[in-house]
Design a binder for this molecule. Structure first.
Ligand code: ZN
Length: 337
């Protein structure tokens, strides 16, 4: 009897979301761990919460002849199957595809590297070039690296872009805002790292800074916790506090004069956190996901999914369980959520 009712409750819980639409939420669903796939699982939870990505993939009509090993096809299938409660293994095809081409089973992965790999393969293998461009624009942070020659003061401008903002963190305490400000601070190149100045036609001491040109709809922030020290990879467990709403004013000092527009820019709202627990050599990835419909936080640890609080999410800045990637969504200017 109890079993029957728990099955019915399970059924009702999922049936609400069985026909997917981007305006509605979805049930955060556990993903079983296959060959130490916790890193990919955590990332898939964040992709699944990125309804904008599925909106783009849903515009695509893959031809019948397309290979099953096509990454954007498998990503699309996974994001759709995860919303279908009758589908027993939503991410199996995607994992098999990654294992066949790009990553090894039973090996610890770096979530930032795998995030880039999935996006790069999706762009490369997407036959519809307009849609590939849309996926790219969804995540691309455009910057301009300005290198100033210390001798002739000429500024060399080099366009650059990121899928995740790589932020250096320090021992001790950090705030996300202070890490962002340091990223855009002017820095001197080491004496050994002179830059070739076109004007002086020789290598010169230089200063460089990153200037922000444009921010995407989905802003991924990479807290660089892993660093190479004399050939050994070390993890920094330092505390990094981060806000639920990231104010655009944090970026004001880093704006390039070539920035896209001077119209008011919307703030960003946190919707996913990829968490790393453990050391540089062995660890485990999990994800906090904020559901779009009820704005509730959920904690996905492979197959297990629990409701969570904002305090649980914030606590990932301390101890062994540390926030590693933060995903923010640009708010619409007329909304509070
Ligand atoms: Zn010069």
């Amino acid at each position: 009897m109890g079993d029957y009712w728990s099955k019915m409750a399970y059924h009702r819980r999922y049936i609400r979301f069985s026909s997917w639409s981007s305006n509605r939420g979805y049930e955060v669903r556990g993903l079983f761990n296959d060959g130490l796939s916790c890193c990919v699982n955590a990332l898939l939870q964040s992709f699944s919460a990125t309804t904008e990505l599925l909106d783009i993939l849903n515009k695509w009509n893959p031809s019948d002849g397309i290979e099953q090993s096509n990454i954007p096809l498998q990503l699309r299938n996974t994001l759709l199957s995860v919303r279908d409660p009758s589908h027993p293994a939503p991410h199996k095809g995607f994992l098999d595809c990654l294992y066949r081409h790009a990553i090894r089973r039973y090996t610890q992965q770096d979530a930032d590297e795998i995030f880039h790999m999935i996006l790069n393969l999706s762009l490369k293998q997407m036959p519809d070039h307009e849609l590939a461009q849309e996926i790219s624009s969804l995540y691309t942070i455009e910057v301009e690296t300005q290198v100033t020659c210390m001798d002739c003061t000429f500024i060399h401008r080099l366009p650059n872009s990121y899928f995740s903002l790589p932020l250096v963190i320090h021992e001790g305490e950090n705030t996300l805002e202070s890490c962002i400000k340091s990223f855009f601070k002017k820095q001197k190149l080491e004496v050994s790292e002179k830059f070739f100045c076109d004007r002086c036609e020789k290598k010169q001491p230089c200063a460089y800074e990153q200037k922000l040109v444009s921010l995407p709809q989905i802003l991924c922030v990479h807290l660089k916790r892993f660093r190479n020290e004399h050939g050994l990879i070390k993890k920094l467990d330092s505390k990094v506090t981060f806000p639920e709403t990231l104010k655009m004013s944090v970026f004001a000092a880093g704006q390039s004069e070539n920035a896209a527009s001077d119209s008011p820019q919307a703030d960003y709202s946190l919707f996913a956190v990829i968490v790393h627990k453990g050391s540089a050599v062995s660890g485990h990835y999990t994800a906090f996901i904020r559901q779009t419909q009820d704005q509730m936080w959920y904690y996905a640890n492979d197959s297990r999914v629990n409701q969570a609080t904002w305090k649980d999410v914030q606590d990932t800045y301390k101890g062994r369980e540390t926030a590693y990637l933060l995903l923010y969504r640009k708010k619409s200017l007329d909304s509070s959520g």
